[in-house]
Write a protein that binds this ligand. Structure first.
Ligand SMILES: Cc1ncc(COP(=O)(O)O)c(C=O)c1O
Length: 391
């Protein structure tokens, strides 16, 4: 087989996105306006949410969501160490703290049993936790039914970190609409992209109003409605110390085109996943990713089984890179990162499942325009490394 370099992730951008950007550039209105508002409406309709608020990143979206539920100034959110830094940092920017619960033994998602333990402790320690933040890792949806029962019992909110989870869909609806607030990412590698960007979804009017105000400097009204409202755009009040997190129209217009293609992208990623799953069925040295109902397949995470191999995960990963397959690691747990480790005195032994997953996981390339030939090259590399270094 002719070896080519297989990128880890490549955004699928066509002439539709190019034309949309040109349309906005030529319109004379570049920042948040009609395009972004249409993107919000179309996204809300797609996932069945009452309110969708476009933001400049999921990180900003999480910060606004934490603020809306009161997770600031000494209060806490509860999440896992197995997530990107910003799930936690968004809380720190508000003066809030993070409580960590381990992930499940057989998935990368937060363990409801561990959540329950942490909330039980918290209820004896002054009830500081305002929200559980389940992260749907790789697009695989957390056990939301169980988490909702627990959240109701302990009277805390659920903010879904759905950065990986568009369009993950369960029998109860889309991920991101299953808790109180959901936050999506449109970062360059995500399932749809605006280069940088995100969307917050909620059915709660009070939360939506608060997030809308805090998204733009604490201004009491959207000031980009100057063409459609009687009141002039300069007439406004600042009612709180808000942030600057709005999504400009140039990016909103890209988002609208990507949204139209979201189902096709999903089908194309699912096809690559099928090829991977089928080809890895008989490989005893690895486990294919967990797959609950409605996985959006943002990432494909394999776990190697060290007992079947003579090489470590890191050696396996570098042999893959040497063969031309670009890989990634999702995620380095927070207890391995200097800031979180020092701030919370985190220890790996307190999170055995997260540690074990991290020690054995490799993310393989997965993107809509990957060809079968590329997928088979990845498969061939994985299988031949496994065979050459089998214990
Ligand atoms: C789980 C998770 N949450 C939040 C984010 C933050 O997304 P953004 O880059 O849009 O701020 C990411 C980004 O990769 C992520 O993976």
């Amino acid at each position: 087989m002719l070896r080519q370099k297989i990128n880890f992730s490549v955004a699928s951008i066509g002439k539709e996105e190019e034309e949309a950007v040109l349309r906005v550039l030529r319109s004379g209105w570049l920042t948040t306006g009609k395009e972004t508002m249409s993107f919000e409406n179309e996204f809300a309709q797609k996932i069945g949410a009452k309110y969708a608020l476009a933001v400049n990143s999921a990180t900003s979206g999480l910060m606004l969501a934490y603020d809306a539920v009161g997770a600031k100034n000494g209060y806490k959110i509860l999440t896992t160490p197995y997530t990107f830094a910003s799930t936690a940092l968004a809380a720190h920017h508000l003066g809030a703290r993070v409580e960590y619960a381990d992930i499940e033994k057989d998935s990368y998602n937060i363990s409801p049993e561990e959540v329950e333990k942490k909330l039980e402790q918290d209820s004896k320690n002054g009830k500081k936790i305002k929200a559980i933040v389940p992260v749907h890792i790789a697009g695989n949806v957390c056990n939301m039914e169980k988490l909702k029962q627990i959240a109701a019992y302990y009277d805390v909110k659920i903010i879904e970190d759905a950065a990986h989870a568009f369009p993950s869909k369960t029998k109860n609806g889309f991920a991101g609409t299953l808790g109180d607030i959901g936050v999506f990412s449109f970062y360059a590698t995500k399932t749809i992209t605006t280069a940088e960007g995100g969307m917050i979804a909620t059915d709660n009017e009070d939360f939506a109003k608060r997030m809308q105000i805090m998204r733009l400097h604490g201004i009491d009204r959207p000031v980009w409605d100057r063409y459609t409202k009687d009141k002039a755009s300069w007439e406004y009040d600042v009612v709180d110390a808000g942030f600057k997190c709005n999504l400009p129209d140039i990016l909103g217009a890209i988002g609208r085109e990507q949204l139209k293609k979201a189902d096709t992208f999903f089908e194309k990623r699912s096809r690559i996943v099928e090829l991977y799953n089928k080809s890895f069925e008989s490989a005893d040295f690895l486990t294919v990713p967990p797959n609950e109902e409605g996985n959006a397949w943002h990432l494909y995470l394999i776990r190697i089984k060290p007992e079947f191999l003579t090489i470590s995960r890191n050696e396996f990963a570098s042999l893959l890179q040497d063969s031309g397959v670009c890989i990634s690691m999702h995620f380095i747990p927070h207890f391995r990162m200097t800031y979180f480790k020092n701030e919370y005195l985190l220890k790996a032994e307190d999170f055995p499942n997260a540690e074990e997953h991290f020690e054995t996981t490799i993310s393989l390339p997965l993107w809509p325009d990957m060809t079968d030939e590329m997928a088979y090259q990845v498969i061939d590399s994985v299988l031949s490394i496994g065979k050459s270094h089998h214990a």
